[in-house]
Design a protein around this ligand. Structure first.
Ligand SMILES: [Zn+2]
Length: 163
């Protein structure tokens, strides 16, 4: 089975029972025998490394500033296991370094609810928006903080991000 390693994380799926396991890969090894935590079945895996895989998407989400409790609507334009690129749909008083909570539903079969701590890395202007709506800032790059690679939501994201 081919497994993609992104940003140091690999999602293994048991060939027998389908159990999903997220593992942190410290070193670049080409093959690994993955033993299922649930049923003990051993799946032989070939590892493919990608430095930074981003999936383009179009997901409605909200951000909440930790200092207030007002929700602002955003769209997730692309995401990876460690960050998101967001489009602000309303004027929001955010600036680089701000910490926010991003909430959305993953467009997966299970429609997992995701609630994630993020921080604003950069705010960029979207030319089209600037020209037609005179909005100064509408795109922002964010990174995930307080990330637990073994949490259920990180597993769901890893599974959904697979090509
Ligand atoms: Zn299994």
């Amino acid at each position: 089975m081919k497994i993609y390693v992104r940003e140091g994380q690999a999602t293994f799926i048991c060939d027998d029972c389908g159990d999903v396991t997220l593992k942190h890969m410290e070193t670049h090894i080409p093959h690994v025998a993955h033993k299922c935590n649930k049923c003990g079945f051993i799946t032989s895996c070939e590892l493919c490394y990608r430095s930074s895989y981003r999936k383009v998407c179009d997901i409605d989400a909200t951000i909440t500033l930790k200092s207030e409790s007002i929700k602002y609507p955003v769209k997730i334009l692309d995401m990876s296991l460690h960050g998101y690129r967001l489009k602000l749909l309303k004027d929001s008083p955010i600036k680089p370094g701000d910490e926010l909570i991003l909430e959305y539903e993953l467009p997966s079969k299970k429609r997992n609810k995701i609630s994630e701590d993020i921080s604003i890395a950069a705010i960029m202007s979207d030319d089209v928006e600037v020209r037609y709506h005179s909005k100064k800032y509408s795109l922002c790059g964010t990174k995930c903080i307080n990330l637990n690679p073994y949490s259920e939501q990180q597993k769901s994201k890893g599974f959904w991000l697979m090509p």
